[in-house]
Design a protein around this ligand. Structure first.
Ligand SMILES: N[C@@H](CCC(=O)N[C@@H](CS)C(=O)NCC(=O)O)C(=O)O
Ligand SMILES: [Fe+2]
Length: 313
């Protein structure tokens, strides 16, 4: 896929988690970025693998693309990030939004993750709203788009780096395809009203701007997975945010819908790894790394001290 004068873009779809990762590059300098790479995770056996990330690295190598950046749109709650693996293989810099610290402040105590570096220091680069950076000869501009999480950002690459011209917007979990809707806002720190304002910022981009989403779950009547749309298509027919739908209507719809959603299958492993920029929790004294599951006691179990600590038992 190409736009004259703009970025080259190749999408990689992870069927296990419905996640879309992107390889974005400048055809002139052949420098590029990987956006939201997925680490394969078998939750039944606790096994991580690199097949998905390797496919991206092989595609980059075959096209002689030097990967300079691993760009996260947010701390994903449904899959593990392959960012450290891509960094180890390429020397790329791992970037995320500067409000990552707010996400870590929520989840560090939940997982007793004392090793999380202060000030977002597990990541190499923290992007502020409005900041620009180069991908080879392309310009990427960062938009803070909170709502799904407090730290979500979108990357506007190529001509989209210039707000007067259309280009490619990697919008993470904000808008999904125009026949599906928007991302959920019920994770800790999520906020439907904030998502509304973030989406309005995205929909104020030029109508031809290409929108690349981070997930696709298909939609009733659609057989194929899809991830690319335009601002114009979103404004014409997104069932949650098309033109004519107001803020209050959106917030009521989003909150009602979220009340019926289950936590993502990989929520707990994903958050504890991704808030560490894709690092696994540190090894214990026996040299083994473990994922943690914070235990919640309900019903007759609450107040039963036998379940609260080994000492009580
Ligand atoms: N069934 C999926 C759900 C994943 C999920 O909750 N995805 C988030 C983005 S991280 C979302 O916004 N989903 C919208 C929806 O399911 O309608 C899973 O278990 O992984
Ligand atoms: Fe997400």
């Amino acid at each position: 896929m190409t736009v004259p004068g703009g970025p080259m873009i190749r999408a990689f779809f992870d069927t296990a988690t419905n996640t879309v990762s992107y390889l974005v590059w400048d055809p002139t300098s052949r420098e590029g970025a990987v956006i939201d790479p997925v680490l394969d995770w078998d939750n039944r056996s606790g096994t991580a693998d690199t097949a998905g990330a390797d496919a991206m690295l092989e595609a980059a190598a075959a096209a002689a693309i030097a990967i300079r950046w691993v760009l996260e749109t947010h701390v994903h709650a449904d899959h593990l990030s392959a960012a450290p693996y891509v960094k180890a293989r390429t020397g790329a810099v791992i970037g995320i939004g500067e409000h990552i610290c707010a996400v870590q402040a929520i989840f560090r105590p939940v997982f007793g993750a004392a090793d999380v570096a202060p000030g977002g220091g597990d990541f190499d680069r923290l992007f502020a709203d409005g900041e620009s950076f180069p991908i080879g000869g392309l310009t990427a501009r960062v938009l803070h788009v909170p709502g799904h999480t407090p730290a979500c950002i979108a990357y506007l690459v190529g001509d989209a780096g210039d707000p007067r011209k259309p280009g490619a917007a990697f919008v993470g979990d904000t808008l999904f395809m125009p026949d599906y809707g928007t991302a959920r806002c019920d994770f800790p720190g999520g906020d439907a009203r904030a998502l509304w304002h973030s989406i309005r910022k995205l929909l104020a981009l030029p109508p031809e701007t290409r929108i690349f989403t981070c997930h696709d779950y298909k939609a009733p009547g659609r057989e194929e997975f899809a991830w690319e749309s335009t601002v114009a298509e979103q404004r014409a027919r997104n069932p949650h945010v098309r033109d004519g739908i107001g803020e209050e209507e959106f917030v009521a719809m989003r909150e009602a819908k979220d009340a019926g959603l289950s936590p993502p299958l990989l929520l707990l492993p994903a958050i504890q790894v991704n808030m560490r920029a894709g690092r696994f929790p540190p090894a214990e004294a026996n040299g083994v790394r473990y994922m943690k599951i914070p235990v919640v006691l309900r019903g007759g179990l609450s107040g039963q001290s036998v379940f609260n600590s080994a000492v009580d038992a």
